[in-house]
Design a protein around this ligand. Structure first.
Ligand code: WT7
Length: 637
């Protein structure tokens, strides 16, 4: 393939040795899914094997129907029972470091220790009334108890709903209410960027606004004082003292395993529901094929377990593969961005799996720190979450990877459950800037704006032309919305919301979103949510939000605001709008800039033309067709 970076020789035998083998297996996974997946699920522990691999089609597809299993048993007990109980499963370090940059706390769990901790917490949750099918909202800082809480829910067949610990109370409340969680697991607080932050008080504020929350389990992390509601609040350490370990509860293949809220084009985040068996199979098999994780290996994915990447590649993927996972408290910028190299030197992972945002921070930090560290454990580098530009890709490969390690750019999304498009690290060529080829069972397609599928070299909407194992089960509480959002505009296909180009070799190049979703520091943010928060400011009558290219964060948020008659634009109103966004959507969505306009450009049916606003903000001009504009005076020339 032209312009491709040839795969380096594998450090040990791999199941897929070259491009020809990949093509053969990929073709077989599409031609004979029943046979293909049947062979690959024998490695898991089933209480009852599935009757079939796949039933139904489109949003109604069910993977591995008839099967019964437990994910925590597959991630933990299976390895303990196989004689792997003393191998490392979880390696965690605190953000706080001493004068020699050594973490103040390091906690290591073997598979047996992790299994025992999970079983005990599951027993404690059961004593608090948690049963199979119940939703449990988890809002914890990045401590070992976060994956332990997730796995304990899975052990009971309960549905975990992990919420990022940096969200404001309103965002947490929305997620508690939408998921109908009666139990919340949290901590007094956590540490980030060298400072403690409160968490229990955020949960208290959310819980005050709903009658739903019956039990709050509280981990002591910072030791700061917290308010206490007797009967409702329970300390984690007391609850596990009184608990008896719980055995794994087998559930149906299509039982809901977890919810993950994410943004779309409406003002309300969607609860993406993932099932049990299909998610598990794709998480584990992509951990193998994309990241080459096998029993005894150590993987490091820098994602907070609270996001989908963290669910799949910080927690489930490695453990389901018998590999250890490294977890670091905090966003890795403390005491500086060289922290990551300390972590590699200390825990010796074979995989460093990160994001373009973090790689850009490492580039800014400079390479002096990494050059004096021992990075020799690394066999593979990976990136996810945003387009990685070829310069950043090359820096990652040359400077961190010494020019010899594969860079695996993985494309997927919350709805996908696990990686969908990526180069097989030791088999298929990589291309700086392209996620390249679809995983087994994934039939990627390109459709035009009218929803017609295009053949050969083409650019358009990226669609997935059939169900895949890790696919979302639906949008929680709104089955219709899943069909309408993803499966209705291109017949028989799932619409990803991304634009992409397929080149002559079948490689996929991601070109950004086609909808009103922007990516700030890799976080997915819906423009409608920010607009809702902006118009909540009493001076604002209308708002439109666009993403602008930004060196640091990938995209930055620009808020356009139209004020009510009689209101004056001022720094004060600007600050008020920013504050409203932070309070309602979160600091992740903090606008870089607010601009005031006399009116918003709209077409004649009243739709805001964000494309024009974006172009105008970037270039100062508007090109192309503006004849649909209702009021051309909206944009100053
Ligand atoms: C959106 C999904 C993938 C899990 C973490 C983010 C963008 C993701 C890539 C990539 C270019 C990418 C897409 C996608 N994206 N990976 N390798 N190259 N863009 O999950 O928060 O649901 O975001 O992130 O636009 O649709 P998410």
């Amino acid at each position: 393939m032209n312009g491709a970076v040839a795969p380096p020789p594998p450090p040990r035998p791999v199941e897929v040795p070259d491009l020809a083998a990949y093509r053969l297996l990929h073709a077989r996974s599409l031609a004979d899914p029943e046979g293909f997946w049947r062979e690959r699920i024998a490695r898991f522990r089933w209480n009852r094997p599935p009757d079939r691999v796949l039933e139904g089609d489109g949003p109604a597809a069910r993977w591995f129907p008839g099967g019964r299993l437990n994910v925590s048993e597959n991630a933990l007990d299976r390895w303990v029972d196989d004689g792997h109980g003393n191998a490392a499963a979880l390696l965690w370090e605190s953000e706080a470091v001493d004068a020699w940059r050594r973490p103040e706390e390091v906690r290591r769990f073997t598979f047996r220790e992790l299994r025992d901790a999970v079983a005990l917490l599951a027993g404690a949750l059961r004593a608090l009334g948690v049963e199979a099918g119940d939703r449990v909202t988890i809002c914890l800082p990045i401590v070992p108890e976060l994956p332990i809480a997730m796995l304990a829910c899975a052990r009971l067949g309960a549905v975990h709903n992990v919420v990022f610990a940096g969200f404001p109370a309103q965002a947490l409340l929305d997620r508690i209410e939408d998921s109908q969680s009666r139990v919340v697991i949290t901590a007094d607080g956590g540490f980030r960027n060298g400072k403690p932050f409160p968490l229990k008080s955020v949960v208290d504020t959310a819980a005050r606004r709903t009658p739903l929350v019956q039990r709050v389990l509280v981990l002591r992390r910072t030791g700061e004082p917290v308010a206490w509601t007797p009967g409702r609040d329970h300390w984690w350490h007391e609850a596990i003292d009184a608990a008896t370990p719980a055995a794994p509860v087998p559930v149906a293949s299509d039982a809901t395993h977890f919810l993950m809220y994410t943004s779309g084009s409406t003002g309300k985040p969607k609860g993406i529901a993932h099932g049990t068996a299909g998610y598990m199979v794709q998480a584990a098999l992509t951990a193998l094929h994309a990241f080459d994780l096998r029993p005894g290996d150590v993987g490091w994915c820098t994602a907070d377990p609270a996001w989908i990447t963290g669910h799949t590649y910080t927690v489930y993927g490695p453990l389901l593969s018998g590999a250890a996972t490294v977890i670091c408290e905090g966003p890795l910028g403390f005491p500086d961005w060289d922290r990551a190299w300390d972590v590699v030197e200390r825990h010796r992972p074979s995989v460093l799996h990160s994001t373009p945002t973090l790689i850009r921070a490492w580039i800014r930090q400079g390479d002096a720190g990494l050059r004096v560290r021992d990075l020799s454990s690394l066999r593979l580098l990976a990136s996810v979450g945003e387009p990685i530009n070829p310069t950043v890709w090359r820096w990652f490969r040359e400077v961190v990877g010494g020019g010899r390690l594969p860079v695996v750019d993985t494309w997927w999304q919350t709805e996908a459950g696990a990686a969908m498009i990526f180069p097989f690290p030791y088999a298929t060529p990589a291309r700086p800037g392209s996620a390249t080829l679809p995983f087994f069972g994934v039939e990627a397609g390109i459709a035009d704006a009218e929803g017609r599928l295009l053949e050969g070299e083409a650019a358009g909407q990226l669609v997935i032309r059939r169900p895949w194992p890790g696919m979302l089960q639906g949008i929680w509480g709104d089955p219709r919305r899943c069909h309408d959002t993803y499966w209705s505009s291109v017949p028989g296909a799932f619409v990803t919301g991304d634009a992409a180009r397929r080149d002559g070799d079948g490689c996929i190049w991601l070109l950004g979103r086609t909808d009103d979703v922007i990516k700030v520091n890799g976080h997915r943010i819906g423009t409608a949510e920010i607009e809702g928060a902006a118009v909540a400011h009493p001076a604002v009558s209308e708002s439109a939000v666009v993403g602008l290219p930004d060196e640091r964060s990938g995209e930055a948020i620009l808020v356009f605001a139209v004020l009510h008659p009689g209101q004056e634009a001022s720094a004060e109103v600007e600050r008020g709008i920013v504050r409203s966004v932070e309070e309602k959507v979160g600091r992740l969505a903090r606008p870089r800039e607010v601009r005031f306009l006399p009116a918003l450009p709209k077409n004649r049916s009243g739709k805001i033309l964000r494309r024009l606003l974006r172009e105008w903000a970037i270039t100062g001009r508007v090109s192309g067709d503006v004849t649909t504009l209702d009021d051309s005076s909206a944009l100053p020339a």
